[in-house]
Design a protein around this ligand. Structure first.
Ligand code: CAO
Length: 415
């Protein structure tokens, strides 16, 4: 079966996490992704967080499936010449170097346009234009600068970063969206363009509900859905809301049977207005259905703490799975807190290809997350990440270089 991005060639000049997330997704949609790595070293993540000496780390393998790898020293004249050939041949150049690095290599936007006006130049940077545009940025910096850390955690604790890599992988997804839009626009204009996804902006986009709440707070000086209401105090910026949903349907994380010994024996429970009578029945508080203090969503906002305390008394009598089974019968929205161990073993995620087992020549079998986006006419087959420079000869030959050229480049340590 054909793939959505068949025929699209990506010059993948990315490293670490944000850029590789983007190009891996494009590869899963069928693009030919050629990852250009520094000769001898490669992407720094090949050697980071290693669990097997001398073998590409899971950090690297899990972000670089379905790609080809070539090594190239782009600071040597011959390497620059090969890079120019790749720019002429490819549709998109994706990069996430520190600000200015590409220009310092001589790969300016003007240069790219001169040799391939159809090329799309897609970049991740930590910040967009402004006071921090020259800064190097990693995941947690983006979470802090994008509004996530100040709004995550508990009111009486410090700002918190989250385990979800919203700064890196989140920005990679934004960049991929921009690239696909630019490819589509190019079918009509015939021209490439620059695509920029700053990490701060991507995190802020994912935190937009908190900017919504900032403006509500400024207008009304309170947020009725937050745990600070009705007894606590609000300052002048959106506070951390713990595990409260903070949205239109109040929710919270509640203990389940076994919580004393199992750190994940919890359930997320949402008291959606439509199923409030069912919630009351399940927990044995039928009187609350008609009680004025609990009858309307507005009234309940004054009593969220005692309401969730009472629901938790019920959830603590059930395992998270038993609670799920009962609550689902009543369409009460809820979700178990699943550990990574439980997720890795979940048969449904294996069946859909979201958790995939991959075989690697030096690592052996390992688990990875497959393509979470399912296209009915463009299925994803996850193939292992390339070894460093595995496809150098293959790609250079396709680009028209002879065996002698390749041998000479190897001797000069260009590849
Ligand atoms: N041949 C020769 N040189 C190469 C090369 C190649 N194939 N590939 C890269 N280089 C060079 C670059 O030209 C650059 O050289 P100069 O500094 O002399 O211009 C150098 O390698 C290092 O690039 P870098 O500054 O991007 O790398 P770093 O490890 O110092 O910084 C990071 C890493 C992530 C902080 C920085 O790249 C960055 O801020 N990127 C943008 C934001 C981003 O994507 N962050 C998320 C990373 S994922 O957690």
């Amino acid at each position: 079966m054909s793939k959505a991005l068949d025929g699209v060639k990506i010059l993948d000049f990315t490293h670490v996490q944000s850029g590789p997330t983007c190009t891996q997704l494009l590869a899963w949609f069928g693009a030919d992704v050629i990852k250009v790595e520094r000769a001898g070293e490669g992407d720094a993540t090949r050697g980071q967080l290693r669990d097997i000496p001398g073998v590409d780390s899971l950090y690297f393998t899990m972000l670089n499936h379905n790609k080809r790898s070539i090594t190239l020293d782009t600071k040597k004249p011959r390497g620059r010449e090969v890079l120019d050939t790749l720019i002429k041949e490819c549709d998109v150049l994706v990069e996430n170097f520190a600000p200015g690095a590409l220009d310092r290599m001589g790969i300016t936007w003007e240069h790219i346009q001169k040799i391939n006006p159809r090329m799309i130049l897609a970049s991740v940077k930590g910040f967009g234009p402004g006071p921090y545009e020259d800064c190097k940025v990693y995941e947690n910096v983006a979470q802090c600068a994008g509004g996530s850390a100040s709004t995550t955690g508990f009111d009486d604790g410090p700002p918190m970063v989250t385990g979800a890599q919203i700064g890196d992988s989140g920005t990679g997804l934004h960049l991929a969206t921009g690239i696909i839009a630019a490819l589509y626009q190019r079918t009509m204009t015939g021209r490439g363009q620059k695509v920029l996804a700053p990490m701060q902006d991507a995190v802020l986009n994912l935190c937009r509900v908190k900017l919504r709440d900032q403006q509500r707070l400024e207008r009304t000086h309170t947020l009725h859905e937050y745990p600070q209401y009705p007894d606590g105090k609000f300052g002048d910026s959106v506070p951390r809301a713990g595990n409260s949903s903070g949205g239109g349907q109040p929710g919270s994380i509640l203990k389940c049977k076994g919580w004393e010994t199992d750190p994940n024996a919890y359930i997320y429970f949402i008291t959606q207005a439509a199923v409030w009578p069912a919630v009351c029945k399940v927990i044995g508080e039928e009187d609350w259905i008609e009680d004025e203090a609990y009858k309307t969503p507005q009234a309940r906002l004054l009593h969220l703490k005692p309401i969730f305390d009472r629901i938790e008394k019920w959830t603590m009598t059930k395992t998270k799975y038993e609670a799920m089974d009962i609550l689902n019968k009543y369409d009460i929205p809820c979700g178990p807190i699943l550990s990574m161990k439980e997720i890795a073993e979940e048969p449904a995620l294996r069946a859909t290809g979201t958790i995939v087992e991959v075989d690697h020549p030096t690592r052996g079998k390992y688990l990875t997350v497959g393509n979470p986006i399912k296209l009915s006419d463009s299925p994803t087959d996850v193939t292992r990440s390339p070894l460093l420079g595995e496809h150098t000869e293959e790609v250079l030959t396709q680009l028209g270089y002879s065996a002698d050229d390749i041998a000479q480049m190897r001797q000069e340590r260009v590849i």
